[in-house]
Design a binder for this molecule. Sequence first.
Ligand SMILES: C[S@@+](CC[C@H](N)C(=O)[O-])C[C@H]1O[C@@H](n2cnc3c(N)ncnc32)[C@H](O)[C@@H]1O
Length: 206
Amino acid sequence: MVPASPGKPVRPEAHEVQRTSRTLARDPSTWSPEAAHAAVRRYRELAPHWNDERGGYRPLPLADALARGDVPRGGRCVEVGCGTGLLTPMLTEVWSEVVCLDLTWEMLRRSPAPWRMIADASRLPLPAGWADAVVLADVPLFAGEVVRVLAPGGVVVWSNALGTEAPHHVPVELVRSVLERADGGASWSAVTSDAGWGLWAVLRRG
Ligand SMILES: C[S@@+](CC[C@H](N)C(=O)[O-])C[C@H]1O[C@@H](n2cnc3c(N)ncnc32)[C@H](O)[C@@H]1O
């Protein structure tokens, strides 16, 4: 556990969005073109101020996950919902190839990452078994796609920068169970910690 300083921001919409995030994690068929358009509208508005308003606290939980989560290093990583690329430099220090994707061009166009794709996490434009790591930092969880693109021995890195108060927060136990279900009932384990205002988990088969 990494201690938190005072002043954690409150997102009034968090609890309602969390309900949707949990429902989506359990049942990806609740995703729709309307939901995708709503997400794009929301992040298009947030994009111009994202780094200034949120850049201070967002990196800490992911940095802690990469430092203490025993992730495999040097292979290929996909950052799903990379947004403005705020977290990407930490990933390129760990993995040799990092592909970043996001649904919202207004977020993605601000990212300095060399490999960027406009894409929907519900249909990842990557071959099966491509990724040694799938990084999900405050994004919707489509477990079937995560499991499909993950290489044997790969890890899923999950983080919520505002912890259990984050709009995209899904309890780690639920993340683990939907990954297991999507993986045909195989057993998954998770290492998790609080870090600053957030939390993280590194999940893997076995
Ligand atoms: C809370 S922001 C997080 C951005 C970045 N991971 C960070 O930590 O700064 C959520 C991001 O996920 C993207 N997103 C939402 N739904 C998505 C989907 N179905 N596929 C891909 N990206 C999505 C949004 O456009 C937005 O950029």
